[in-house]
Write a protein that binds this ligand. Structure first.
Ligand SMILES: Cc1ncc(COP(=O)(O)O)c(C=O)c1O
Length: 446
């Protein structure tokens, strides 16, 4: 596909380098200069409206500019905007830690705050490693991860990322971890269906863990949905098997629920819904409903106790960020969690989940797979026999451009067109979202 460059297009973004962006594309289609955002819509400075179909990189739950969330920040702002979080604590963080512990499965008793998803993962990896050192098992230094897994892009998180596009250029500085073939339900090598299988694909993980149990510190996994891999979805039985194997082999489990927690799958937490007990639970994104950066790594009293004792460099957990547990972020997270847990909010998602399923049927005639886990849906577009389109065809990118013309802000992952709307989207808006996406897809594939 050749892009026509418009040299006259001079915009205000000349000095900015955006993430995950080929800036040459912007010479043809500049980034949308969003001036305001309200509910599930973004408005550019010309007054055009775009539905925020992917909740601003999967963070927004209650829509933009929500009066209650705004108020929570304003109230906190009148008291204090930020203080450091060592030698000092504050009420918003205390309340948030209490709430998170009360809402997550028993056994997750301690909350370590940081300020984005990748750092929540770094914290879990470091705690796990240091725990084993303090238990007299310093040889436990590796993490098993899925080949389709994604846990952020700092170098530690990237070391347990299974997606080549993110890691190849940095391979030389990444640490040596244990990649394992994971579930791929659309192209299941066992010829099974995710609705009825018994996670036969757990076999490689079982083998990798039993052969390396002496050196493996933990397994890191995105429960139910492997987001960056293209919203690859797999059944909970895989996680049940993982839990029982890890328990019997003495290996930590790190649940990275950064993308899937806080209602995205229809429940507050995947671990809670499926009675799973990870050693570490990483949370971020929706924690503040998309208002401010914040993350939390939860773990057990048992892990915490290994770090508790007389002051010594050996048992001190050294990991600090200037903005850890920012009070404004904690205040808005507290309000967002109240909204998630009151007035049967999660119940209200059920008809929406059903509407996504119903409207998703219109994609049946398109070659690929439409899949859904709660409020997350994705359409993987393929050519005959489940082959991926070639990179050069830029199918996903062209669908994104069609979306912009029709007031839909979609950002496909390769050729996977996905939908993670704010949870407050209505059933009518779901219909518009999926119908419009259908038109965009047809415009490109025709
Ligand atoms: C599952 C998962 N883990 C970690 C991250 C990294 O979070 P952040 O972008 O806030 O560093 C992401 C981000 O998309 C994610 O989806």
């Amino acid at each position: 596909m050749s892009l026509e460059i418009n040299p006259d297009l001079v915009r205000d973004f000349d000095h900015i380098w955006h993430p995950c962006t080929q800036h040459k594309d912007h010479q043809v289609t500049p980034p949308i200069l969003v001036e305001k955002a309200q509910g599930i819509y973004l408005y550019d400075r010309e007054g055009n409206r775009y539905m925020d179909v992917i909740a601003s990189w999967w963070v927004n739950l209650f829509g933009h500019n929500h009066p209650r969330l705004n108020m929570a920040i304003t109230r906190q702002l009148e008291k204090m905007s930020h203080v450091m979080f060592a030698g000092i604590t504050h009420q918003p963080a205390i309340d948030l830690a209490d709430t998170l512990v009360s809402l997550t499965p028993t056994g997750l008793d301690k909350v370590f705050f940081s300020d984005n998803g990748s750092t929540a993962v770094e914290v879990a990896l470091k705690m796990s490693l240091q725990y084993w050192q303090q238990q007299g098992q310093p040889q436990k230094t590796r993490f098993a991860y899925l080949k389709g897994g994604y846990h952020g892009e700092t170098l530690g998180a990237l070391s347990v990322c299974g997606l080549e596009i993110f890691r190849t250029k940095f391979e030389k500085v990444l640490s040596d971890q244990l990649p394992v073939d994971g579930p791929d339900c659309f192209r299941c090598p066992y010829g099974l269906q995710r609705q009825s299988c018994n996670a036969e694909c757990f076999e490689p993980m079982e083998k990798a863990l039993s052969e390396n149990s002496n050196t493996v510190s933990g397994v890191i996994i995105e429960p139910l949905v492997q987001g960056a891999a293209g919203m690859m979805m797999y059944p909970p039985v895989y996680l049940k098997k993982l839990q029982s194997t890890c328990e019997s082999l003495g290996i930590h489990i790190i649940f990275d629920e950064i993308a899937v927690a806080f209602g995205r799958t229809g429940s507050l937490f995947v671990c809670g819904e499926h009675d799973l007990k990870p050693t570490f639970l990483c949370l971020s994104k929706g924690i503040t409903s998309g208002y401010l950066p914040l993350s939390a790594t939860l773990t057990s009293d048992e892990i915490y106790s290994a770090f508790y004792g007389e002051h010594s460099e050996r048992n001190l957990f050294i990991h600090s960020h200037s903005y850890s547990a920012n009070p404004l972020a904690c205040a808005v997270a507290n309000e967002s969690l109240s909204m998630l847990t009151e007035s049967n909010f999660l119940e209200s998602l059920k008809p929406k989940i059903a509407a996504i399923k119903e409207c998703g049927r219109q994609f049946d005639g398109i070659t690929g797979e439409f899949r859904q886990t709660g409020m997350i849906a994705a359409l993987e577009l393929v050519e005959n026999n489940k082959e991926r389109y070639s990179f050069e065809k830029r199918v996903g990118y062209r669908i994104y451009l069609e979306g912009l013309k029709r007031g839909l802000f979609i950002r496909p992952l390769g050729d996977v067109v996905y939908f993670i709307p704010p949870l407050v989207i209505t059933e009518e808006e779901i219909e518009v979202m999926l119908n419009t996406a259908h038109v965009c897809i047809n415009a490109v594939l025709k």
